[in-house]
Design a protein around this ligand. Structure first.
Ligand code: ZN
Length: 62
């Protein structure tokens, strides 16, 4: 039995503003577009994703 994973579906970089969403079909992160602009952020950024802390990889025991 695999543990029940709770995946984030969106993540944003706190440093450069890159925003990605989880693509279930491609099983990878893809850059999000907003108003026709791709929120790619900086290619030189060591991305600091804001999902840390709000995202627990495993369900907390009730
Ligand atoms: Zn970044």
């Amino acid at each position: 039995m695999e543990p029940q994973l709770r995946r984030p579906t969106r993540r944003a970089c706190e440093r450069c503003g890159r925003v990605e969403r989880w693509d279930e079909d491609a099983t990878t992160w893809v850059v999000t577009s907003e108003d026709g602009d791709k929120l790619v952020g900086s290619p030189y950024c060591i991305h600091e994703w804001d999902i840390n802390g709000r995202f627990a990889p495993f369900e907390e025991p009730a």
